[in-house]
Design a protein around this ligand. Structure first.
Ligand SMILES: [Fe+2]
Ligand SMILES: [Fe+2]
Length: 130
């Protein structure tokens, strides 16, 4: 089963952005499938890759915001940092206790996507379509 199911509420209404977000989620699901296939030995590596893909997406958005001197850059970036911190916590937990619950990761990601996409990303991409 996919880690994260795409939901209509993820849509920001700008086709290029929705496409990017769908691709990001597909990639996360793919990495999660890989983790299932490879077992416990691959947890750190797969979590690290999920983290890297998400932070690459954020870095791109943050560059667009900085270039355009976007008015809500600090708040938007802070919300990105919040998700990255959550993922780091899950990774640290695994390093400390060798425990990983993918339901927790799925919940955090999909709760965060559900709110961030329709608030911060929808505002940004309607102001600065690309
Ligand atoms: Fe985004
Ligand atoms: Fe964003």
């Amino acid at each position: 089963m996919a880690l994260i199911e795409w939901r209509d509420e993820f849509q920001v209404g700008v086709p290029a952005v929705d496409h990017e977000h769908r691709e990001l989620i597909a990639l996360i699901n793919h990495l999660h499938d890989d983790l299932k296939a490879r077992g416990a030995g691959a947890v750190s590596e797969c979590l690290g890759e999920i983290f890297a893909r998400i932070s690459a997406h954020f870095a791109l958005e943050e560059r667009i915001m900085r270039d355009a001197r976007y008015d809500q850059y600090p708040a938007h970036k802070a919300d990105h940092e919040r998700l990255l911190d959550d993922i780091r916590d899950i990774m640290d937990d695994y390093e400390d206790r060798r425990q990983f619950d993918d339901a927790v990761l799925a919940q955090r990601l999909s709760d965060w996507f559900g709110v961030h996409f329709k608030t911060h990303d929808a505002r940004l991409h309607h102001k600065l379509p690309h």
